[in-house]
Design a protein around this ligand. Structure first.
Ligand code: C5P
Length: 223
């Protein structure tokens, strides 16, 4: 099997951009697992199901076709389709972002998505970003990075991203609150919570450019 690189961390630490660049530079595949949880959340919200109807959600998901296609544009790092419909932009909207942690905490949802993720990474040669990649999805990954930044810095970056996608109109304070709430939910759920794996290397991106973070990870990979 070829190498697996796991990149975990809280929301807005720069994981998506960095993961895509690391994959591109190393000639590996890129997988955004957050996009998968977002796609399921989109499906549930648009199905009219109650967000707590776990059994019905599990059933809905088991019948759904999720496509995660890496794209090489800086704004849309991943094209996401669910049951054939392109939901790339909609899954990044505040309406989905605010609900995704609830869906991601459900056992059947995690089981189904983790199975898919392991299938997609089965032969390696992949850089995978998420919250539980190093701890749970690929515990045997050759390199594990835990990418962090202060909540303020992460909110600033998120605002820039949202504005670029036409989803602006939210204040920095609101965004900081939203990010902290999501990190809290992701870190305190019972199943595969957001954690730094014991053997992960923590990289704080506060004072680093995207290029610097990317180069640091590539250097660690070659070590
Ligand atoms: O990375 P992104 O912000 O797109 O992730 C959206 C949400 O999906 C996270 O806040 C978390 O609730 C969930 N997630 C997860 N496990 C992963 C990736 C994402 O629970 N591996």
């Amino acid at each position: 099997r070829r190498a697996v690189i796991a990149i975990d961390g809280p929301a807005g630490a720069g994981k998506s951009t960095v993961t895509r660049l690391v994959a591109e530079k190393l000639g590996l595949t890129y997988l955004d697992t957050g996009a998968m949880y977002r796609a399921v959340t989109w499906l549930v919200v648009n199905s009219g199901l109650d967000l707590s109807a776990e059994a019905a959600i599990a059933e809905l998901l088991s019948l759904a076709k999720i496509e995660i296609i890496p794209a090489d544009s800086p704004e849309n790092v991943t094209i996401v389709k669910i049951n054939g419909q392109d939901v790339t932009l909609e899954i990044r909207s505040p309406a989905i972002t605010s609900q995704v942690s609830r869906i991601a905490a459900q056992k059947a949802v995690r089981e189904q998505l983790v199975t898919l993720q392991r299938q997609m990474g089965m032969s390696g040669g992949i850089v995978v970003e998420g919250r539980d990649i190093g701890t749970n999805v690929f515990p045997e990954a050759e390199l594990k990075i835990f990418l962090t930044a202060t909540p303020e810095e992460r909110a600033r970056r998120r605002l820039k991203d949202l504005e670029a996608q036409g989803n602006g109109g939210i204040s920095l304070a609101e965004l900081t609150q939203e990010i902290e709430k999501r990190d809290y939910l992701d870190s305190n759920r019972s199943l595969a919570p957001l954690r730094k794996a014991a053997d992960a290397i923590e990289v704080n991106s506060d004072h680093l450019t995207i290029t610097e973070v990317t180069e640091k990870i590539i250097a660690l990979y070659h070590q």
